[in-house]
Write a protein that binds this ligand. Structure first.
Ligand code: SF4
Ligand code: SF4
Length: 148
């Protein structure tokens, strides 16, 4: 059970287009008295937003803040979740690169093979859904506090 103890965690947020421009992240400070630090933020051509941020504050406030975000349709994933690329299974079709909003996936022009830049990945999981051979997987998460 969550307690009122100091806590910090890194999370990926995926905002639906309907949330574009709303100050929901600023509300984490106003409503929950949390500090936060944004590492990456991007908006896709379809107006979906992707953000990685660190939350700092009492543990119970972090849990309530995550619930607040999810209630507004924002997908919250612990950064502990990572995409894993199975190079043996991948057939280098490039389909996943077209959907990747952060350009973490690309076809190397010289090798004609898929490059996966883990640092750019926001764990939006789109690539998992499009891959025809199941070569992209979500690693097990280890932040049970934020598991929905
Ligand atoms: S989960 Fe896949 S599609 Fe999403 S950012 Fe990461 S590599 Fe790109
Ligand atoms: S969609 Fe799957 S098989 Fe195609 S390049 Fe991406 S990971 Fe490889």
């Amino acid at each position: 059970m969550a307690q009122n103890v100091p806590y910090h965690t890194n999370v990926h947020l995926t905002f639906p287009p309907s949330m574009s421009g709303t100050p929901v992240v600023c509300n984490l400070t106003r409503l929950f008295d949390l500090d936060f630090s944004i590492s990456t933020a991007q908006i896709s051509p379809r107006q979906e937003g992707f953000m990685t941020l660190e939350l700092l504050g009492p543990q119970d406030a972090c849990v309530r803040a995550v619930a607040y975000l999810r209630e507004r349709g924002i997908q919250v994933s612990p950064v502990a979740q990572r995409i894993w690329h199975d190079e043996d299974r991948c057939m280098q079709c490039g389909e996943c690169t077209a959907l990747c909003p952060s350009s973490a996936l690309s076809i190397n022009r010289e090798t004609r093979r898929l490059d996966f830049n883990k640092e750019k990945c926001t764990v939006c999981t789109r690539c998992i859904r499009i891959c025809p051979v199941g070569a992209l997987h979500l690693d097990a998460q280890d932040d049970s506090l934020l598991t929905s």
